[in-house]
Write a protein that binds this ligand. Structure first.
Ligand code: SF4
Length: 438
């Protein structure tokens, strides 16, 4: 039997794309095996959000070819889309396929096997109009599954390479999304995480009747589906209708990941982000008035060109004031081809490192203080299939995205929603809980 191994870098969207490519290969008679073993085909699904993603992508290609010099090494994903020539020159690459044509990957791999030179199939992304259907019918992880409903972005934040790598906004047809969620629920999935490159733009290309809230309303009645979560959404796309729906629908998880990126207006403007700090605050207040326990998590970027000490302090204070429940901190990194790469006042690495460390420490404190409010409460926890690799404990997440470890869980709890009393903090980012017998 022919074998194929995958390596995925980057975000949830990439993970989803890998899952769907795996199914395509399985359907063509391939066996999926571990990337660290000798395979006939290696697929490296790359990322280009930071320098690190591109470096790691190159490293994985080389490793694959070393493991089996006769294999076909295919490179897909964002890095190969924005720098196809560069990727084709990496020793060992046989196929460069970008972020289009992944549904034809098996055929392209067969063609690459015959070709003498690396096959470059990267198409012009900006001509892409349709959402590429890559359904996932079964997930390895059977409790929580991401489902991709949107692709591309039209926002062009000045630091971001993604619109060039993923092309314009395309939305999945609601009927196809509905079918996939029903299938996943039949395999035991209880929570779906709606995912996209710019999720809040869902429906923009489907006509006035369709948007993210309408899609959620279509999914809510699915029997056996216990939770719907959004992966990430811009603050400007949180509508009153969405807030009201979240306030009344227990299946719609009270958790929003709202990327802030900076808490100072001059930096937000230079980043081409479509809001001010005042607008952000206003929406957060509105959310908390109607959904008091809501978890609001965020991304913050430090070291953007021109970020002075004073502007960084503004970001620090704003993040503290809002009191996000989790913080993902990124250091700005130059992406060639973006406007920010040409800006003056690029900051030294050392400053970026110091600022990101400061914010990370703040993030830990904020998580602790958010989690503290729930100690003593009984909350439903969706227990993951796999035990924690270090402690061997069962664990899962609450609707408001608190990671909970079970002191007294047993195997029968795996994949189920269990009522848990939250007892005390467990490290900086989780809570220890005990089951409530019913
Ligand atoms: S919204 Fe901005 S940061 Fe997000 S993918 Fe689009 S351009 Fe990039």
């Amino acid at each position: 039997m022919k074998t194929v191994a995958f390596y995925t870098l980057g975000c949830k969207v990439n993970l989803y794309d890998t899952e769907s490519m795996m199914r395509t290969f399985e359907d063509a008679g391939y066996q999926i095996i571990d990337f660290k073993t000798k395979a006939d085909v290696y697929v490296v699904n790359t990322c280009t959000v930071t320098h690190e993603g591109a470096r790691k992508s190159r490293q994985m290609v080389r490793q694959a070819k070393r493991r089996n010099p006769d294999s076909v090494v295919a490179v897909v994903g964002c890095y190969s889309q924005v720098a196809p020539e560069e990727v084709a020159q990496i020793t060992g690459v046989d196929l460069v396929a970008g972020t289009k044509m992944r549904h034809e990957l098996v055929t392209l791999v067969e063609e690459a096997k015959e070709a003498k030179l690396p096959l470059n199939c990267v198409g012009q992304m900006m001509e892409t109009e349709e959402f590429e259907e890559l359904p996932v019918e079964e997930y390895k992880e059977r409790t929580r599954a991401s489902i991709k409903v949107q692709e591309g972005c039209n926002q062009y934040c000045s630091y971001c390479i993604i619109p060039y790598a993923r092309g314009p906004v395309r939305s999945r047809k609601p009927g196809n999304a509905l079918r996939e969620v029903r299938n996943l629920v039949e395999t035991g999935v209880k929570e779906v995480v709606l995912t996209g490159i710019h999720l809040g733009a869902y429906g923009q290309d489907l006509g006035a009747e369709m948007n993210l809230v309408e899609l959620i309303k279509m999914l809510l009645p699915i029997e056996g589906l216990e939770r719907i979560r959004l992966s990430s959404i811009e603050i400007t796309e949180v509508t009153d209708e969405m807030i009201q729906l979240m306030a009344v629908e227990t299946k719609f998880c009270p958790h929003l990941h709202l990327p802030l990126q900076a808490g100072s207006d001059p930096i937000l403007q230079a980043m081409n982000r479509p809001y001010t700090t005042n607008m952000f605050w206003r929406e957060v207040k509105k959310l908390r008035e109607q959904i008091p326990d809501i978890a609001i998590t965020t991304d913050v970027m430090v070291g953007f060109p021109g970020e002075t000490e004073e502007l960084f302090s503004q970001t620090f204070d704003f993040v503290k004031e809002i009191g996000f429940s989790q913080l993902h901190v990124f250091k700005y990194s130059i992406r060639q081809g973006t406007p920010a790469a040409e800006m003056d006042n690029q900051l030294p690495k050392q400053i970026k490192t110091e600022r990101s460390e400061k914010l990370r420490q703040l993030g830990d404190k904020l998580t602790l203080s958010y989690n503290d409010q729930f100690i003593g409460q009984v909350i439903p926890v969706l227990i993951e299939e796999e035990r924690d690799q270090t402690t061997g404990m069962l664990n899962g997440v609450t609707p408001n995205y608190i990671r909970v470890y079970l002191s007294d869980g047993d195997d029968a709890d795996r994949g189920n929603i269990v009522e848990v009393r939250l007892v005390n903090n467990y490290g900086d980012k989780a809570i220890l809980g005990e089951k409530i017998s019913v």
